[in-house]
Design a protein around this ligand. Structure first.
Ligand code: PAZ
Length: 381
């Protein structure tokens, strides 16, 4: 692979088509920011997860990176839990989400935490073998699995329907079954569910998915501008009360729209040589033009410890924002370094593997909130 042109941010947006629903999404962001700033909250934009680089317009193949979105999703929970911030969560589609992340993907298989309890108190699969109801009359082991989008009109359950206890009762549509959370899992799930419901009812989390690096940059620019320009009822801009927490792992290279193959790249001509251009560095423009003095935190990931701090420092000097948080691939869950103009500060937590261990994002967000507070008081907002 060889690298090629250096695009300016302006060239990039002139050449790369915007996401289809950009305007609608940005209008919704505007309403979200306005409402929250009028309710006295600060607003943080969190970017989370990796970006893809498609190789074809009709995309069959793409380049990706490792990020699962753990840092972004965990951080969102801590900002929200503080009660002081509303969160715009710009995330890679299907990456980890605040709250649901505790039970999604492979971390905590949700279905294994639940029991099906029948009307007579028996637990399906425990003592009460599901096999005693099988096979179904048509020979299948279980009926078609209903889609969550269109629930079936009659419940396709694989056991004998129980009659209602008395004739006045409404039809027993769930066959007298309950789903029960296994006792050790109840307390954490309840606490999580309550937190999630509080956040939903207050309307303080607004999520937007992206997939490609191009979509990511369009949204980043649009949301930053909206945050930068939004004013409260007193006519005061969000300004320094806005924070930008850029934890997404963004590709450094991409294939411009005009150079991309229309259809699936065909084999048969020997090796494939891909030429990629450099993704523009938009942080400087974000500082100078979009964010209106918002507090900007970028992340720097490296694998070679000897270059982590020098690279973070170079970024800070080049773009002129407030903080670079440096982390190494292997240790990113246990230690990070805050690099600011006047020095470096390491945050560390003990290594842990258990489910009850503390996450480093708790300390990262606590410290950032202090630094943000100092930044807003300097600006007098
Ligand atoms: O998403 P994740 O929790 O698996 O990883 C987080 C991270 C390492 C992507 C993030 O902390 C980070 O460093 N983002 C910036 C990466 C970069 O240098 O482009």
């Amino acid at each position: 692979m060889s690298t090629h042109t250096q695009f300016s941010a302006e060239d990039f947006f002139a050449q790369q088509p915007p996401p289809k629903d950009l305007d609608k999404r940005l209008e919704a962001v505007q309403r979200f920011v306005e409402r929250n700033v009028n309710e006295g909250r600060r607003v943080v934009l969190i970017t989370s997860g990796g970006t893809t680089v498609p190789l074809e317009h009709n995309v069959v193949r793409f380049l990706d990176n490792f990020s699962a979105g753990t840092r972004g999703a965990a951080s969102a929970e801590h900002f929200l839990g503080s009660g002081r911030y509303a969160v715009i969560f710009l995330h890679r589609q299907h990456s980890l989400q605040p709250f649901s992340r505790h039970y999604s993907h492979s971390t905590n298989p949700f279905l294994d935490l639940l029991d099906v309890v029948e009307a007579d108190g028996g637990v399906l699969g425990k003592g009460k073998a599901p096999a005693e109801h099988l096979p179904l009359p048509d020979g299948h082991l279980f009926p078609p699995i209903p889609s969550m989008q269109s629930p079936p009109s009659s419940p396709p359950l694989a056991y004998t329907p129980l009659p209602p206890l008395n004739a006045d009762e409404p039809p027993n549509t769930d066959h007298g079954l309950t789903i029960q959370i296994r006792p050790p899992h109840l307390a954490p799930m309840l606490s999580l569910l309550r937190s999630y419901k509080v956040v939903k009812s207050l309307g303080i989390l607004h999520s937007i998915p992206y997939t490609t690096v191009s979509e990511y940059l369009w949204y980043l620019r649009g949301i930053s501008r909206v945050m930068g320009q939004t004013k409260d009822r007193q006519g005061q801009a969000l300004g320094r009360r806005g924070m930008y927490y850029l934890a997404a792992a963004v590709s450094d290279f991409f294939i411009p729209y005009t150079k991309m193959s229309e259809h699936k790249i065909q084999s048969g001509k020997g090796s494939l040589v891909i030429e990629m251009d450099q993704v523009p560095k938009v942080l400087k423009t974000m500082v100078d033009e979009w964010s209106n003095e918002g507090f900007i935190v970028s992340f720097k990931l490296e694998t070679d410890p000897s270059i982590l701090i020098p690279k973070a420092r170079t970024a800070l000097e080049r773009y002129g924002h407030q903080i670079v948080i440096g982390n190494l691939l292997d240790t990113r869950k246990h230690e990070v370094v805050f690099v600011q103009k006047d020095g470096e500060e390491w945050l560390r937590i003990p290594h842990h593997d258990g489910p009850d261990g503390k996450e480093i994002e708790e300390d990262i967000i606590a410290r950032l909130m202090e630094l943000h507070e100092a930044w807003t008081s300097k600006g007098g907002v």
